[in-house]
Design a protein around this ligand. Structure first.
Ligand SMILES: [Zn+2]
Length: 66
């Protein structure tokens, strides 16, 4: 038998360790400056169709809250 860990690592400690690299694979979400909805960074906002404070895509059914 090979080397084995002496103690079981709790869910908390396992999660703390994995938080470093699992967060890198998460989609990078930022808040849209126009409609304050979450959208992917460096992507056009799907809610209002704006990118860098300019409306790039005209979305037919706008569901703007403000
Ligand atoms: Zn938006």
């Amino acid at each position: 038998m090979g080397a084995l860990p002496k103690r079981k690592i709790s869910r908390i400690r396992r999660g703390h360790r994995r938080a470093h690299y699992l967060s890198l694979n998460m989609p990078k979400m930022v808040y849209c400056p126009q409609c304050h909805h979450l959208h992917l960074s460096h992507h056009v906002c799907k809610n209002c169709g704006s990118y860098k404070n300019h409306e790039v895509v005209i979305i037919k059914d706008k569901k703007k809250k403000n």
